[in-house]
Design a protein around this ligand. Structure first.
Ligand SMILES: NC(=O)c1ccc[n+]([C@@H]2O[C@H](COP(=O)([O-])OP(=O)(O)OC[C@H]3O[C@@H](n4cnc5c(N)ncnc54)[C@H](OP(=O)(O)O)[C@@H]3O)[C@@H](O)[C@H]2O)c1
Length: 247
């Protein structure tokens, strides 16, 4: 039977690469984001390539009044969903004590609260369906403090803990959780991302993510090499190393 996946933040970067990857793997797709034209362009591309089914919907995960109903409507349009990928996210350089609180709040709002909005809608749907799979795109920054990224690191550490707690809470309800912690992926989320170590293309990241999702892995780094090997040292890397990188 055709599996169905909904991806938030599918209009660019990792989300759109993931849409292409899941389409190639035969999934039916529900793609969301704020930019409908970008979603429609991707929809047309995937349909031309023979994707089984591609639905698009405008969902701003910051809009806690509208987003739950919009996601629910998409789940229903698709006739039920097997996997929801919580991917929508933002980043910005911020400095603590430099008047950046509004930027910091926006990061927490989208990356943590927006993810919680999506997770709640997905779990509600999965409880009615008898199960499902939640995939959260966290970050290496959930484990490693990076200067000028305090709010981003906090948002992803919060998301990772939220996903872990969700998994524990809903284990007996057949709700599985995969958490993905990308290192650096060349997208438009940040300028000069390619200067960061072991940066990979969105396509390479998407291929690894889709494989981990299909295997229902619990917690993986992307790219797996070298970050899996480095897992024990996260949080212990000297501050000066990250300071140099994040100047
Ligand atoms: N790139 C990296 O190095 C990296 C590393 C670790 C983790 N991540 C995570 O991977 C995820 C995707 O990032 P990316 O690198 O692919 O970034 P990106 O290219 O900037 O894409 C971000 C996506 O999120 C969507 N989005 C942003 N705010 C939204 C909102 N309020 N409501 C709905 N959608 C929203 C954007 O769509 P619209 O603008 O159309 O809404 C876009 O599709 C993020 O959660 C990010 O934190 C990225």
């Amino acid at each position: 039977m055709t599996k169905t996946v909904v991806i938030t933040g599918a209009s660019a970067g990792i989300g759109s690469a993931l849409a292409r990857e899941f389409a190639a793997r035969g999934y039916a797709l529900g793609l969301t984001g704020r930019r409908l034209p970008a979603l429609e362009t991707l929809q047309a591309e995937l349909q031309t390539q023979g994707a089984p089914r591609v639905e698009v919907a405008t969902v701003d995960v910051d809009d806690r009044d509208a987003a739950p109903a919009q996601l629910k409507a998409l789940f229903e349009t698709l006739g039920g969903v097997d996997t929801v990928v919580i991917n929508a996210g933002i980043n910005d350089f911020t400095r603590v004590g430099a008047g950046d609180l509004a930027k910091e709040a926006a990061i927490i709002n989208t990356n943590l609260l927006g993810a919680m909005v999506t997770a709640n809608a997905a779990v509600e749907h999965f409880l009615q369906r008898g199960g499902g799979h939640i995939v959260g795109i966290s970050s290496l920054a959930s484990l490693q403090a990076i200067p000028r990224q305090a709010a981003y690191c906090a948002s992803k550490a919060g998301l990772s803990m939220y996903l872990d707690a969700l998994r524990t809470e809903h284990k007996d309800n057949n709700i599985r959780v995969t958490q993905i912690r990308p290192g650096f992926v060349k997208t438009e989320i940040m300028d000069d991302i390619e200067k960061y170590p072991f940066a990979v293309s969105a396509e390479k990241a998407a291929a690894e993510i889709a494989k981990a999702v299909q295997a229902e892995k619990r917690d993986v780094f992307v790219p797996a090499y070298p970050w899996n090997l480095m897992r024990p040292v996260f949080g212990r890397i000297p501050d000066r190393v990250w300071k140099r990188l994040a100047k």
